[in-house]
Ligand binder design. Structure first.
Ligand code: XMP
Length: 326
């Protein structure tokens, strides 16, 4: 039997009962596969790796070693949430690596989007590899592969993602959610008790804010982007758009315009709001944000975020614009 093929008889997991049955079955399967050996997992904080982590913690507890690499391009509060949920609440073996300086030093001065992606992906593998080498006796590598990854790439999780791991890591794979669709992974995540915000997290590119801090990344502009993005998320939460819009974020280009603040000339970057709806990310439409919400967001970002002096709204569907700016 091809164990990368979802059986036709497999019921779609839509309820807590079905999720619990799946969890029970996988806990048993993982214990059988792993025995008393150790398992390594790259925990990005995204939905898939988080659900796999929670499932494996339930199955094998401290035999799981989670490595969270903070590349310095996370959204505000995300690495902190990983530490809180997995390190504290679930009491996992969590190795947290703040590699911000390594990534930002390497990225300094690089404006080409493809080169930026390569730097981030390459350095991620290096950092992860170094940590894996320090942890002796890892026999298995767990991955948050889900069914669309198998259908799309016939291979290892997200070829274009930062989570792509070196091919010469000769470890047997543990992929407990590989036959699940995204909506099912979320139901399973909730059944495992993960926070709603983590399980319903919007898609976030592997290179993170690196693709939204346009041109050559600088620390001050990256900081401004992160703060503006946090305000956008807060205001979308407040007005109920958060549960409705598929993906929303801020991009900050690397040019300034003149403005006025406190009666003085104030040069700053523009913050660009992008909020889109889509089913498969191949095409996307624009969410209509009420003007009063836009005014509130503009007011907060321009007053609270150092370095931003304008807020713009991207009205471009995909095609012709991609979702990300890069
Ligand atoms: P574009 O910009 O191509 O994006 O319209 C389509 C969707 O893919 C996400 N995206 C990524 N996701 N790793 C990912 O896991 C990446 O490198 C990456 N780049 C773009 C993007 O956020 C959107 O949801």
């Amino acid at each position: 039997m091809d164990n990368n093929k979802r059986p036709e008889t497999m019921e779609r997991i839509t309820t807590l009962e079905l999720a619990n049955a799946f969890i029970e079955e996988q806990v048993k399967a993982v214990r059988e596969q792993v025995g008393d050996k150790k398992v390594l997992l790259a925990l990005s904080g995204g939905v898939d790796s988080s659900v796999v982590a929670a499932l494996l913690i339930k199955a094998i507890g401290k035999q799981l070693y989670c490595v969270h690499v903070n590349h310095g391009l996370m959204r505000k509060g995300e690495s902190e949430q990983v530490i809180e949920v997995f390190g504290k609440e679930l009491d996992a073996n969590l190795i947290y690596i703040d590699a911000t300086d390594r990534f930002l030093d390497l990225l300094a001065g690089e404006a080409d989007p493809e080169k930026k992606r390569k730097i981030i992906g390459g350095e991620f593998i290096k950092v992860f590899d170094e940590e894996a080498a320090k942890l002796e006796g890892m026999d298995f590598l767990a991955q948050g592969t889900i069914y669309p990854d198998i259908l799309e790439s016939h291979g290892v999780k997200a070829h274009h993602n930062v989570g792509g791991l070196p091919e010469d890591m000769k470890m047997e794979l543990v992929e407990p959610v590989k036959l699940l669709y995204k909506d099912e992974v979320r139901v399973v995540g909730e059944a495992l008790g993960l926070p709603h915000a983590m399980v319903y997290r919007q898609p976030f590119p592997g290179p993170g804010l690196g693709v939204r801090c346009l041109g050559a990344i600088t620390r001050d502009r990256l900081h401004a982007l992160r703060e503006a993005d946090a305000i956008l998320r807060e205001e979308f939460d407040n007005c109920g758009l958060a549960g409705k819009v598929w993906q929303y974020f801020i991009a900050v280009p690397d040019f300034k315009s003149v403005g006025v603040r406190d009666d003085k000339r104030y040069e700053g970057w523009p913050a660009i709001i992008r909020a889109v709806n889509t089913v498969d990310a191949m095409t996307a439409t624009i969410e209509e944000i009420p003007y009063e919400v836009l005014h509130k967001i503009t007011d907060r970002i321009t007053h609270e975020v150092e370095g931003i002096n304008r807020v713009l709204l991207d009205l471009t569907p995909k095609p012709i614009g991609t979702i990300e700016w890069e």
